[in-house]
Ligand binder design. Structure first.
Ligand code: ZN
Length: 359
């Protein structure tokens, strides 16, 4: 099967090819001798990337394989062909044997403490001191990433967001991951968590809604990406409204909700790479990457930067190929350039995974 992509084909920032071909499961820029069996017109992008997605997780915790499959198919059909899974209670390793499902880079099971994260979601350690050892175990189960829950409401303590771990444990945990060859990303809403993470050499931050102006400068200087998860942060007002017994927490969540767009622009303007992640799995449905991208643009980010982050730039950062001679044919075709109008992402003409048109 040979497919002629009549382009333009986006290769990276400011780089495009006029046309390309899919031969077998690979991309080539040389016209095949036998011609093409089929052709597609439109803007061709390297398959989209959702860097904060939970396959195998629902509001009740781990799901069965049929449900995980539906989640992965919904992601795929939205153009997401590479997922960095931000922690899952399910063993989804079987997905690697399915040519029709997106590629997944796992972070193992995300690490938390009892009553200090969403119930049923994380791996709840019996004691904080178990963190470095648990990081080593999850690094062995994952694909180069470990996910730690950095802060959460402490209902038995101040009734506010507080870090789950001491600075020393954060340092030991991140060192343990790096020793095991894994990078670390951390869920954080609270201001109080971020300096210790930066001191310890964290590799990525999820949400980071509490970052102060000084911390934003530090994050930018260290070149650490932040997954903005705007669909999730949009829910902070709802979360605050439900937290009537915890007024300090509710006020903080409400304040972060109110300033969320300004905060995102501050991160972007400081030079922090903003990643596109839906946080699909618990409360947010799968297949919503185009909605997340549109939410980032609505908050004031340039569509060109959001599209690059949803595709080739984040592929490079994750060590995954984009579109190059001989690269895997994981690509999405759109009727127009999504960098001109982000809404274009919502309706791909075709999704091609491992050389096969799947949607
Ligand atoms: Zn999440």
């Amino acid at each position: 099967m040979t497919l002629h992509l009549r382009g333009p084909v986006l290769l990276g920032d400011e780089r495009a090819a006029g046309e390309a071909w899919v031969v077998g499961d690979r991309v080539t820029f040389s016209r095949p001798a036998g011609g093409a069996d089929d052709e597609l017109d439109g803007w061709v992008l390297p398959g989209l990337v959702d860097v904060h997605c939970h396959v195998g997780l629902a509001a009740t915790g781990a799901v069965d394989a049929a449900t995980a499959e539906r989640q992965a198919l919904a992601d795929r059909d939205s153009g997401v062909l590479l997922v960095r899974d931000a922690g899952s209670p399910s063993d989804t390793r079987w997905i690697d044997d399915r040519a029709d499902l997106p590629r997944i880079l796992r972070a193992g099971h995300h690490l938390a403490l009892p009553k200090r994260y969403l119930r049923y979601y994380g791996r709840e350690l019996r004691a904080p001191e178990e963190l470095p050892g648990a990081v080593r175990e999850e690094a062995a189960r994952g694909d180069g990433w470990v996910k730690i829950v950095g802060d959460w409401i402490d209902r038995d303590g101040p009734g506010d967001l507080t870090p789950l771990w001491s600075d020393q444990l954060v340092t030991a945990a991140i060192a343990a991951a790096h020793d095991a060859g894994a990078r670390v990303t951390v869920h954080t809403f609270a201001t109080e968590t971020i300096d210790a993470l930066l001191d310890a050499g964290v590799d990525c931050l999820e949400h980071a809604t509490g970052a102060s102006p000084e911390q934003i400068e530090r994050i930018a200087a260290a070149g650490i990406p932040v997954t903005a998860t705007m669909l999730q942060v949009d829910r902070f007002e709802e979360i605050a409204a439900a937290a009537t017994r915890y007024p300090v927490y509710a006020a903080r969540m409400r304040e972060m909700h109110a300033r969320r767009h300004r905060h995102l622009r501050d991160l972007f303007d400081a030079g922090v790479p903003i990643l596109v992640g839906t946080d699909a799995g618990g409360t947010i449905g799968h297949g919503r990457l185009p909605d997340e991208a549109a939410a980032l643009v609505a908050a004031g980010l340039p569509a060109s930067a959001v599209v690059a982050a949803a595709s080739w730039r984040t592929r490079a950062w994750l060590g995954a190929p984009a579109l190059a001679e001989g690269a895997p044919a994981d690509l999405v075709v759109y009727p127009a350039d999504p960098r001109e109008d982000i809404r274009v992402l919502a309706a791909p003409t075709a999704v091609v995974l491992r050389g096969t048109r799947v949607a």
